[in-house]
Design a protein around this ligand. Structure first.
Ligand SMILES: Nc1ncnc2c1ncn2[C@@H]1O[C@H](COP(=O)(O)OP(=O)(O)O)[C@@H](O)[C@H]1O
Ligand SMILES: [Mg+2]
Length: 259
């Protein structure tokens, strides 16, 4: 579903979090949102998903969400509250509770979300039997089971170790190829941004403004190929040059003493 972010600004009381964000996102596109901590990334995601009313501007979308989408705007966070007493399949099914679905459709949706996330063999397992990476896959499956039109991901891999994160990036790319949502992916990890997004939106320090939009010229389906490694490295370097100075300034800031 195409999204239109029109002159969005947001303040929390006297704290200006976002300023004049203008962005059109194409249907099926993946946008990564990067920028220094506190620059308003999560705020923008909340505004896109309708959790938060912006102080100024608006977010609209074109057309209508697909009819099988039970929850057009769906979030994926860093950590999910999986219910320990429920199996993997029942945790995924949680998102379908209180929905008017036949038992067949419920089972079919759960099975396809588990297949998409590589969890088919783990349907009967319990969260405490799983690694951190597998648990995060359950969270992702729970988001996909509603067939979202727009997937809003807020640092979904940040709590994972480097190797698990690498595996999950591969999984997400495979999911992107098979599932047609429009995606906004917030991260502070430049590699994730370069690997997973069609375009990377670089925000300035608070109040977040768009500094630059970097297009990743490698088709998402080919991101894993070694012949593209050089191009992805170039994107990574470009992103780092854009945020380096602000990161360094923030790093050297002396905080006021709080009594
Ligand atoms: N509910 C809130 N009340 C007041 N200030 C907030 C609230 N949420 C976020 N902020 C402030 O707004 C700014 C942007 O926050 P956030 O969108 O979470 O940034 P990011 O996700 O980029 O780290 C930060 O300075 C943060 O402290
Ligand atoms: Mg955040």
């Amino acid at each position: 579903m195409p999204l239109h972010i029109e002159k969005v600004s947001h303040s929390y009381g006297t704290v200006d979090a976002l300023s004049g964000i203008e962005l059109d996102i194409a249907d099926g596109e993946t946008i990564a949102l990067i920028g220094p901590s506190g620059c308003g990334k999560s705020t923008l995601l909340g505004i896109i998903g309708g959790l938060l009313e912006p102080t100024a501007g608006r977010v609209t979308f074109s057309g209508a969400p697909p009819t099988d989408s039970l929850n057009p705007f769906t979030y994926i966070f860093q950590d999910f509250a999986l219910l320990p007493w429920r199996s993997v399949a029942d945790n995924v099914g949680l998102a379908l509770e209180h929905r008017a679905l036949s038992a067949v459709e419920r089972r079919e949706r759960i099975a396809s979300a588990l297949a998409l996330t590589g969890l088919a063999e783990f349907a009967a397992a319990y969260p405490k039997q799983l690694s951190g990476g597998m648990r995060q896959r359950v969270g992702i499956a729970r988001a996909l089971v509603v067939r979202p039109a727009v997937l809003l991901l807020d640092e979904p891999l940040s709590a994972l170790d480097a190797q698990t994160r690498e595996l999950l990036m591969e999984d997400l790319l495979a999911i992107w190829a098979r599932e047609k949502s429009t995606r906004v992916y917030v991260t502070h990890n430049l590699e994730e941004a370069a690997r997973l997004a069609d375009r990377v939106v670089v925000l300035s320090r608070r109040p977040g403004r768009i500094r630059e939009i970097v297009r990743v010229e490698v088709p998402v389906g080919e991101r894993g190929r070694t012949e593209h490694a050089g191009l992805l490295l170039e994107v990574h370097k470009r992103l780092w040059s854009l945020i380096r100075d602000e990161a360094a300034t923030a790093d050297r800031e002396i905080q006021p003493i709080r009594q």
